[in-house]
Design a protein around this ligand. Structure first.
Ligand SMILES: Cc1cc2nc3c(=O)[nH]c(=O)nc-3n(C[C@H](O)[C@H](O)[C@H](O)COP(=O)(O)O)c2cc1C
Length: 199
């Protein structure tokens, strides 16, 4: 199933094709592709080049590790994410290495790294579903996070799967049309609330 974005202006094919499915094929993600999505994350920009991201990963070919990571997701996400052959938790380092001051942009930079990962994954035929529905305290404990590191998101990654593998309620959500705010709602010029002339 594909759900390309209905864009008002043309954008890159990789961006319009990307979406967040919940159905995954049983096919594992090849180690070479796991390396490549993480390498894409590695080359993201970051504040002071501090690279405050950490990725904790588990694959379905190691069932105990996969279950361990799955248990760090909220129930509503576990229902479908359990079929994703590759699971990740992203973590942000909250203080700069260079001066130990709080890094106000740590979550932003983790998001940029994930953005890179998602684009690379899309280019290789993979799908990624990001999740805020994680259990931060469980993650801290299960993976022995040092102090100063905060869990950010979960990622379910794999090849697109059959819609019929999903429970009915989720299947309906999966087929719902994708929507976005209009550019006029969030692009301002000169003052808050005023759109630039070209919009
Ligand atoms: C940071 C973040 C957290 C999200 N959390 C969840 C989640 O916990 N469960 C879920 O099913 N989808 C989650 N999503 C997916 C969004 O609902 C989805 O990206 C949004 O509806 C837009 O759909 P699209 O990605 O298909 O364009 C999350 C996405 C992001 C970026």
């Amino acid at each position: 199933m594909e759900k390309p974005a209905d864009t008002h202006f043309p954008i890159h094919d990789l961006l319009s094709r990307r979406w967040s499915p919940r159905a995954f094929a049983e096919r594992p993600v090849e180690p070479e592709k796991i390396q490549r999505v993480l390498e894409a994350a590695r080359w993201a920009a970051s504040c002071f080049n501090e690279q405050p991201w950490v990725f904790i990963i588990a694959t379905a070919d190691q069932p105990a590790e996969h279950s361990k990571l799955l248990s760090c997701l909220v129930e509503g996400n576990q229902v479908w994410a359990k079929r994703a052959p590759l699971l990740m938790i992203t973590v942000a380092k909250q203080h700069f290495d260079h001066n130990d001051q709080p890094n106000r942009h740590a979550f932003h930079d983790v998001g940029l790294a994930v953005g890179n990962l998602v684009v690379q994954a899309t280019a290789m035929g993979l799908v990624v579903h990001q999740m805020a529905g994680i259990l931060p305290e469980a993650i801290r404990e299960i993976f022995s996070l040092p102090s100063g590191y905060d869990p950010v998101t979960g990622l379910a990654i794999g090849y697109p799967g059959d819609l019929n593998s999903l429970p009915e309620e989720i299947r309906e959500r999966e087929q719902a049309p994708r929507s976005r705010k209009a550019l006029q709602e969030f692009v301002f010029a000169k003052t808050w609330g005023q759109n630039p002339e070209f919009l």
